[in-house]
Design a protein around this ligand. Structure first.
Ligand SMILES: [Zn+2]
Length: 116
């Protein structure tokens, strides 16, 4: 199950981000805004479930994940055309070559989060 490793990476990134913040007993992370590329093929429900399980008893317990999907974008190495490949078709729509480079869609980043 790949969502569990993604949830773990998110927790690692968050832990890294909050280590300089003075944490009190009642400090909670309430909202986490994420950007996830469509190539990551994340099922939001699974990710939320894994996150919930892994954060039980931590400062992140009960935090809401707001997921923004980033489109898959590719660039043709032959003619330089950039196109959206959300349908996983990595063929240039202009010249028909499949020599393309993925330029977005592999993101896994935390945009920001809210602490209460
Ligand atoms: Zn092309």
């Amino acid at each position: 199950m790949h969502e569990i490793s993604i949830a773990q990476s998110l927790i690692d990134i968050l832990n890294d981000n909050i280590k300089d913040i003075p944490v009190e007993n009642n400090t909670r992370i309430v909202n986490i805004n994420l950007k996830i590329g469509k190539l990551m093929a994340v099922v939001p429900e699974s990710l939320e479930f894994c996150f919930e399980v892994l954060t039980k008893g931590t400062i992140m317990e009960g935090a809401k994940l707001n997921i923004e999907n980033i489109s898959i974008k590719a660039k043709c190495n032959n003619c330089g055309h950039e196109f959206i490949a959300d349908d996983y078709l990595f063929v240039c729509v202009v010249c028909g070559k499949s020599d393309v480079e993925v330029i977005s869609g592999q993101e896994l980043q935390i945009d920001n989060f809210e602490i209460e």
